[in-house]
Design a protein around this ligand. Structure first.
Ligand SMILES: Cc1cc2nc3c(=O)[nH]c(=O)nc-3n(C[C@H](O)[C@H](O)[C@H](O)COP(=O)(O)OP(=O)(O)OC[C@H]3O[C@@H](n4cnc5c(N)ncnc54)[C@H](O)[C@@H]3O)c2cc1C
Length: 372
């Protein structure tokens, strides 16, 4: 029999670390298993670092509730822990009459979702705020912002460790078995070990389906398929023409090729939705052409040659091209029937924004704390 431990979390991305913090602070003895040698080196370090308001998603989705609740928890958390962030605000811009007609629907959806601070702007008002913008109208979201994702993860790790949690690096979960007396886990890597856990949380991002499938006794039909869909970014050389984040009206599979500032004032465009690409992290310079077209729909002054390939991230999507988008899938014992186990699938955007609320939700599924 392996060493007995109360709670094992698989994955030290922003979600696993937030869950580790919540459960350690609830008094649980927590070990986080991370297959790499550092925290947050997969999805959590390759995203837009935007704190989303919670505007677009279906009202009855968990994603919506956790995004709105997560954002409200996140800003004060970042303040308290001195994590770099900025409430930049964002403009959602319409480029033609058809898109303009969709803005009021977006406003209404947001209001029902509990995002009640949006303002509809005329083209003139939007251009007064952002003189380089071309649009037929826009929505201002004042509570959208940006965050240093790595700083957030360091703060979560610090809190978790202060409450007694431990992060084991180079420690991939290899296999496990659900038994009467707990969940037995075999961990490989630098210091292979056997553990017997009362609780296991699978917060393994792109590896979540694989980790769940490695647990003997986990019902296979409760593991949703994963589609690894790439999002590419191109960076602008030179000064940013914008002070707000600029988003087009959303497209299928993503939020459109938006302009995001980082905390140093640098601007990047993306992510696009590259349905057909292999899930590698290099950015094909040939994609620049589609970026020039997309960005010029709201910034006609983008000079030729100003964009350079930057980085890419991989979305852990649960649906593929042509299929309707899906909610986060967070399964506890009542869904899959395994006592003490919570698994998280499809935690794509806005998972970073939602992380603190996701953690509270997972804690609740395990019997600690209030429902979110
Ligand atoms: C292109 C892109 C842009 C995005 N932009 C935003 C945004 O602006 N705002 C926002 O709120 N959200 C955004 N997101 C979503 C957000 O980044 C993710 O929801 C969040 O980072 C997911 O965190 P995670 O901890 O679930 O996954 P990860 O950060 O990937 O962490 C999972 C960890 O599990 C580890 N792991 C996997 N398998 C095993 C195993 N068998 N054993 C041990 N360890 C294992 C991995 O190594 C990894 O470190 C974006 C995502 C993408 C792809």
């Amino acid at each position: 029999m392996g060493e007995c431990v109360q709670t094992v979390i698989v994955g030290a991305g922003v979600v696993g670390l937030a869950v580790a913090r919540a459960l350690a602070q609830a008094g649980r003895e927590v070990i986080v298993l991370e297959r790499h040698g550092l925290i947050g080196s997969e999805i959590s370090s390759r995203n837009s670092e935007v704190i989303h308001a919670g505007i677009y998603y279906d009202t009855d989705w968990l994603k919506t509730r956790l995004c709105v609740a997560g954002r409200k928890k996140l800003y004060p958390y970042l303040e308290r822990h001195s994590v770099a962030h900025k409430k930049t605000g964002k403009l959602i811009v319409a480029s033609d009459a058809e898109q303009l007609s969709r803005l009021s629907g977006i406003m209404e959806r947001a209001r029902i979702n509990g995002v009640d601070d949006l303002r509809l702007l005329s083209a003139e008002e939007a251009c007064e705020m952002e003189p380089h913008l071309a649009c037929t109208g826009a929505i201002l979201s004042p509570s959208t912002g940006i965050v240093d994702a790595h700083g957030l993860m360091l703060a979560l790790q610090g809190d978790a460790e202060e409450a007694g949690a431990m992060v084991a690096f180079n420690a991939p979960l290899q296999e496990g078995r659900v038994g009467e007396d707990g969940i037995a886990l075999e961990v490989g890597g630098d210091a292979p070990m056997s553990l017997l856990a009362e609780e296991v949380v699978i917060a393994a991002g792109l590896g979540a389906q694989d980790a769940a499938a490695r647990l003997d006794g986990y019902p296979a039909d409760e593991i949703p398929p994963i589609h690894r869909i790439k999002g590419n970014y191109f960076a602008l050389s030179g000064k940013s023409p914008f002070e707000h984040l600029i988003y087009p009206v959303p497209v299928h599979g993503g939020l459109g090729t938006h302009a995001t500032l980082d905390l140093s004032g640098r601007i990047k465009f993306g992510p696009d939705v590259d349905w057909d690409a292999p899930a590698t992290l290099d950015v094909d310079p040939a994609r620049a052409e589609t970026f020039y077209d997309a960005v010029r729909s709201y910034w006609p002054g983008l000079p030729d040659g100003a964009l350079a390939p930057d980085y890419a991230g991989i979305r852990p999507k649960l649906t593929t091209r042509g299929e309707p988008a899906r909610d986060f899938v967070i399964h506890g014992p009542e869904t899959h029937g395994v006592a003490g186990l919570v698994s998280l699938f499809g935690i794509e955007s806005p998972g970073l924004t939602s992380s603190l609320a996701i953690a509270d939700h997972v804690a609740h599924l395990l019997g600690y704390g209030k429902a979110q």
